[in-house]
Structure formats: structure tokens, C-alpha cells
Design a protein around this ligand. Sequence first.
Ligand code: GLN
Length: 488
Amino acid sequence: MAEKLYELTAHAIHDLVKSRKVSAMEVAQSYIDRIGSVEDRVKCYVTTTPELALKQAASVDKAVARGDEISPLAGVPGAVKDNMSTRGILTTCSSKILFNYKPVYDATVVERLRDAGVTTLGKTNLDEFAMGSSTENSGFFVTHNPWNLDSVPGGSSGGSAAAVAADECAFALGSDTGGSIRQPASFCGVVGMKPTYGRVSRYGLVAFASSLDQIGPLTKDVTDCALVMNAICGKDPCDSTSLDVATPDFTKSLVEDVKGLRIGVPKEFFAKGTDPDVEKAVRDAVELLCGLGAQQNEASMPSVDYGLPVYYIIAPAECSSNLARFDGVRYGLRSERSSDTVSMFQTTREEGFGDEVKQRIMIGTYALSAGYYDAYYLKAQKVRTLLRRDFEKAFEEFDVLITPTSPTVAFGIGALADDPYAMKLADVCTIPVNLAGIPAISIPCGFKDGMPIGMQIMGKGLDEETLLRVAYTFERNTDFHKRKPEIC
Ligand code: GLN
């Protein structure tokens, strides 16, 4: 068993460590060796921290030896997307502008994982500043999908999703502004949850679009998702938008029960461009749940069609403001081509930011500028309200809404490079969730030509428990989550 420890889920690892069948050191070493054997092909890490992981594992082993009560994630190797602050450890956002930036503080989620005894394997690759859907916008390198190394892992948390799928960590954290946890989870065949806006502190998450950003788990199964949620959720005085609500014990939702569950299947999420095989897998999954006692009905959410255009006004507007702080003065890169302060700002930003980031800063600045604010930004905010109301209305009738996570399976690296609109369509099903602030989970529900298909389950604000219950029930009655890619 020992040589395959890296294949285990977090809860399986916990059971072994707690019962002293294996040590946290052995688990950490198994993952470190795994990274050593496949990382050159998958390329999901920007930075690895094996020494730190072993040090943390040693202290878990000491606690076990003392007979201390250990937390459910103690000794479990995790990874963190490289847009979350880690004290003294590079935090690059996969951007050249932060190539050498070492924060002086930990993000709240990082602190919480540390307190839970997680062993930290490293920081995962992303589309620069989380802007993208394929990890091809990373300022450093592209991450490869473990199911087919010529395909993208999705994005922007592509490094986190690929790391979980390739068994290069037991779980990872991602951030989701328009789908960046769920879409890569779907492309890589793992579980990914975007919690309700405010459920998880954003303190220490490098901001992209602050009214949409949310941190969440990418895991090997639904049980692990609940465990990570237990560890990271909760009010944080350092983030005024974090919600002051009690965090339930999410493991209590791990029950097989969908009797009487009202499932809405919104037709707008199966629009033109949806791969018929993806549509079939999702509809079959809904049927399966109905066979277990749920009921389904078609739902209609007319404003959803505006989700993409609204997002591509609001997200760039917020990003243009958030990214103003990268100017060569305080962090990271400082251009050497400058002759005075203003030209230093200009040349640093010109050299440091990639094309996608520059494009968004320009669009966002334009949308917020006097004369265009009313026509673009204000109007987008009004349509956002309509969209939110569509969800409120749908949730009067339904307990959950089920859709594909993305209209297709993972596409080839470079395949959409010349078609930015097609690339953006990869998030057409996930973006409305961020605009409404509600939670959603993506779980594996099928395969097409060997590539995973993801199903998205959306719920009412703060009702992650129902999502976990439905996802768990589905998982217990299928085996999609058990398949592993062969990395070759
Ligand atoms: N792909 C979307 C974008 O490019 C969403 C990214 C995200 O959720 N961080 O903005």
C-alpha cells in the first residue's frame, strides 16, 4: 500500500495517520516522490515546498505520538493556488510582474489550513491574475491536463485541478471569479466548489474582481470537499465581506438522500454550442437522481443570456482598479528602462503584465470612465440585479439547479488561442453563479473520448449543505470519481 499513498483521498489519509498505520512523513514523502515523477509532464506547480511539507508532517507525527486529538486534515498534503499569500514563499499570480514577490503575511485560508495540520506541497499555476479559462495565460508556462497532456486543464485554477487529478496533492485551493474552480475541476475530473460569496475569507487572496472572487476547494471526492470547507469557512475580521454566519459541520451533509428534492434544469444553460455528449451525460445524471427519489422540471432564467457580457464589464472594471497597485514601487518587478517615476510605472506595467491582463485593464478603465460609466458599468450592474432575481425566482420553485459545468470537455492546448470568444464561452454556465453570489459545485458525471465531463449543481445562498448532499448521493451511486488518468 505504502507506495500508492498519493492516490488516497484526504479522509483515507486521515484514517491511516490517526490510527498510526502510516506516518504523516510517509504520506508527504509519497506525494513529493509523485511530484518528482510526473510534474515534468503536468507542470502544475509554480513553486514546490517539500521541506516545509516534511517539517509540518513531522509535527503532525509528534502530535499523534503524544496522543493528541488531530484535526481531520492533519498530515494531509495540500496545494494552494499561487494567488494566495504565503508568508516568505513566492506568490506570483503567475505574472512576471510578481516573479520575485514574497508576501510578509499568510492569507487567512493558508493560516486556517496550517492550523488544521495540512502539509503544504506548494503553489499552483494559474492564468495570470486568474484571468483566463485554460492556464494558457500563465506568464510562466502552460499546465497540461493529466487525462491528455495535449489538452488544457481549464482555468484559471488549472494548476490546482491538474495537481489533484494527477495525484500531485490530496487537495488544493482555488479561486473562482467566473468559474475558475468549477471549470478546471470539470476538465480534470475532480470535485470543485465555489462557496457562497463571503463564506470564505478573501484576506490575502490577490484581488481580481472583488465582488465576484471566492476561494474554494478542489478535491478527489465530495467527502474531502466537505472537510476542506469545514477548515476554511467562517467570519474573518480581516475581510469585511466575509459573512458573520456560523459554519455548519459540512460532513453532516454527507448522506445519501435526495427524496423529494426539487431539481430545476434551466434550459438557457444547454444553449447552442453545448456538446451533445456533455448534455446527455448531465441529463442522464439528473435522471439518476430522479431514480433515487428526486423530481425534475425545466426552469427558465431569461437574464442568464446576459451573464457573459455583464461579467466582461464588471470583472474588468474591478480588475482595472485592483491591479493599479502593481506599479514597480511596492512589489515585484521594477523596470530598468525608466528615467523618471511616471515612466517607471509605465515601463514596469508594460513589461510585467501579459496581453490578457492589459486588455482587461484597458476595457475596465474605459467602462468606468466619465461618459461611459452609465452606458456600460451602471447598466451591467442593473442587469446583474435582474440575473440575481432570476435565481431568486428559480429557487422559490427548486432546491437545486443542475447544468453542465462547461459546454464542452477540455480542448486542445492552443486550439482556441485565436478565438477569444470561444474561450470565454467555456465559462458561460459558471459565470452567472458568481454574479448572483450563490454556491455551486462541479462533480464528475461522465467521459467523452476519455476526457471527463462535469455537472454543476447550484444552490441558494448559504445552502452548500444541500449541494454536498446531492453531490454525495450522486457520487455514491456512480464511479466516475474513482477513475484515474494514466499520465503518459
Ligand atoms: N475565465 C474567466 C475569466 O477569464 C473566469 C476566471 C476566474 O474565475 N478567475 O475571467
